[in-house]
Design a protein around this ligand. Sequence first.
Ligand SMILES: CC(C)(COP(=O)(O)OP(=O)(O)OC[C@H]1O[C@@H](n2cnc3c(N)ncnc32)[C@H](O)[C@@H]1OP(=O)(O)O)[C@@H](O)C(=O)NCCC(=O)NCCS
Length: 164
Amino acid sequence: MIDVAINPLRTWNQHCLDGDELATLSAQLRANDLPHCDIETSAGTFFDFRTERNEIAGYAGIEIFGPDGLLRSVLVLPAWRSEGVGGAIVEAMVEFPCEQGVQRLHLLTMRSADFFAARGFGPLPRAEAPARIAATSEFASLCPSSAVFMRRDLRAAPALRAMT
Ligand SMILES: CC(C)(COP(=O)(O)OP(=O)(O)OC[C@H]1O[C@@H](n2cnc3c(N)ncnc32)[C@H](O)[C@@H]1OP(=O)(O)O)[C@@H](O)C(=O)NCCC(=O)NCCS
């Protein structure tokens, strides 16, 4: 019980979503005012993150285009916020593309630029987005032009992780 309170995802289950689970994710993203319209048709891979009690604490997804990845749909359910879950999800979502050969992880965010800046992402002009990232539906149509575009160089990931 104490371990769960200190680190709720200490022994988590990262589960790849399919079928009706993607519809549930879409509804959760919509309820939290995040891009959701293309979830069920996206070529991306989406996960939920469950506690050792099998409760869903959060979600995240990634679209991969060779050396470039787009991190999206990072959502911690309100009951689990401010307990380190979001940070743990980001680090898990860095491990996955690293294993796929992704070198740069990108994202767009409306409200959480400081959260991602504290986790190794730096802001960039949208014009610097690789063509495949700029062509994604999240980039091209779902996120307002005022969203902050950010990138983390995953080739620096081991050193960054060693510091944290
Ligand atoms: C942003 C979010 C994922 C953070 O998850 P979390 O589990 O609460 O974050 P953690 O507990 O790992 O980290 C908490 C730290 O991040 C900071 N933080 C949390 N949300 C933040 C936000 N929106 N903007 C800036 N900082 C934020 C907290 O102040 C805290 O800082 P501290 O460690 O210096 O005290 C979560 O608030 C969320 O799901 N928000 C709604 C959806 C969203 O905006 N997702 C991002 C889409 S791109």
